[in-house]
Design a protein around this ligand. Structure first.
Ligand SMILES: Cc1cc2nc3c(=O)[nH]c(=O)nc-3n(C[C@H](O)[C@H](O)[C@H](O)COP(=O)(O)OP(=O)(O)OC[C@H]3O[C@@H](n4cnc5c(N)ncnc54)[C@H](O)[C@@H]3O)c2cc1C
Length: 276
C-alpha cells in the first residue's frame, strides 16, 4: 500500500478492539488483501472512500475449522489453501474444498480468505458459490453483537456486511454430498466464465451458479428440473439472464452451466473424488 499515502493501516488484536477501529471513518476490514489491494491500486469507485485498512488476521474468533453439534464451523480467515487441504472440509463439504482448490493460483490461495470471497461482489466467487449450494449460515460481528445470516442474503453489491462488521465464520451442515465445477479461459489465475456447485440434501438438491448473474445465485428452477428430470437449459432461463460479453455469449454461458451441473450431479452420485 506504499503508493497510497492517504490510506492508513492498523492491526486489530482482539475482536472488540477490531470492531472499535472499524467505527472510524473510511475504515474497512483487511484480510488476505488479494481483492482489496487490487481495488485500491486500480482506484475503483468504492476505494476513494477508504482511509484505513484494519487487519483482522489476528482475531481468534475468525480462525480455525471445527465440528460443532452437527455443523462444520469454518473460520472466515481460512484461506483457500486451508480449505482445500482440510480433512473435515473435504469429508463434509467437498464442494467447498473443490472450489478452494480451483481458486486463482497457489500464491493467491495461500492469502485469499473465505470471508474476503464473500465480501467482494463479483459474478464468479468460487468459495461463495460453493457456500451458497451448501446453504451456509454466516456469523457476523458488529457493535451491536453477533448475528447469523444466510449466505444468500449477503451476496451481491449492497447486501454484504457493513464495513464496520466482521464475518467470523461460515457454518455448513456435516456429511452432505456436494461437488463444484468451474470453466474458465485457463486453469489458474482466472475467475470462472461459469462455475456450478450442487449439494444433495436427502431427497432435495441445491444448485448454485457463478458467472451467469452479477453475483453467485441459487438456481431454484434448475433444482426443480434436476429433481423432476425435466430439461435443464429451459429451467435455467427462468433463473438467470447471463451476460453477453467479450468472455462468452449468453447462450454459451447457459450451455456451460448445463454441462457443469450435469458433471456435478454425476460425480455426487458416483461419489467422485475431490479435485487437486
Ligand atoms: C489474479 C487474481 C485471481 C483471482 N482468481 C480468483 C478465482 O479464481 N476465484 C475467486 O473466487 N476469486 C479469485 N480472486 C479474488 C480473491 O483472491 C478472492 O476473492 C479472495 O477470497 C479474497 O479474500 P481476501 O482475504 O484476499 O480479501 P481482501 O482483499 O482482504 O478483502 C476483500 C473484501 O472483503 C472484505 N473482508 C475481508 N474479510 C472480511 C471479513 N472477515 N469480514 C468482513 N469483511 C471482510 C474487505 O474489507 C474487502 O472489502 C482472484 C484475485 C486475483 C488478484
Amino acid at each position: 500500500v506504499t503508493d497510497l499515502p492517504h490510506v492508513g493501516f492498523l492491526r486489530g488484536a482482539t475482536l472488540a478492539g477490531t470492531i472499535e477501529q472499524l467505527q472510524r471513518r473510511g475504515a474497512v476490514p483487511y484480510a488476505g488483501g488479494t481483492d482489496l489491494l487490487v481495488e485500491l491500486s486500480e482506484r475503483r469507485e468504492r476505494s476513494a472512500a477508504i482511509r484505513l485498512l484494519v487487519d483482522i488476521k489476528q482475531i481468534p474468533e475468525a480462525r480455525g475449522i471445527e465440528q460443532v453439534n452437527g455443523w462444520l464451523r469454518v473460520g472466515a480467515l481460512s484461506t483457500a489453501s486451508d480449505l482445500m487441504y482440510s480433512d473435515p472440509v473435504r469429508r463434509h463439504a467437498p464442494a467447498l474444498a473443490e472450489a478452494a482448490a480451483l481458486t486463482a493460483a497457489p500464491a493467491l490461495r495461500r492469502r485469499g480468505t473465505l470471508g474476503g470471497n464473500l465480501c467482494t461482489p463479483h459474478p464468479a466467487g468460487d468459495v461463495a458459490t460453493a457456500l451458497l449450494a451448501l446453504d451456509a449460515s454466516v456469523e457476523i460481528a458488529g457493535v451491536a453483537g453477533s448475528r447469523l445470516a444466510r449466505v444468500a442474503e449477503i451476496l451481491g453489491a449492497g447486501h454484504g456486511p457493513r464495513t464496520d462488521e466482521v464475518i467470523l465464520a461460515a457454518r455448513v451442515y456435516e456429511g452432505e454430498r456436494s461437488a463444484f465445477e468451474k470453466f474458465g479461459p485457463r486453469l489458474t489465475f482466472c475467475r470462472a466464465i461459469v462455475a456450478a456447485a450442487v449439494c444433495r440434501r436427502g431427497q432435495a438438491i441445491a444448485v448454485a451458479l457463478a458467472g451467469v448473474a452479477p453475483h453467485p445465485i441459487r438456481a431454484r428452477h434448475a433444482e426443480r428440473a434436476l429433481m423432476e428430470g425435466t430439461p435443464l437449459q429451459a429451467a435455467l432461463l427462468h433463473d438467470c439472464v447471463p451476460a453477453d460479453d467479450e468472455a462468452a455469449s449468453s447462450t454459451y454461458r447457459l450451455r456451460l452451466a448445463v454441462a457443469l451441473l450435469q458433471r456435478c450431479v454425476k460425480r455426487i452420485d458416483s461419489k467422485g473424488l475431490v479435485h487437486g
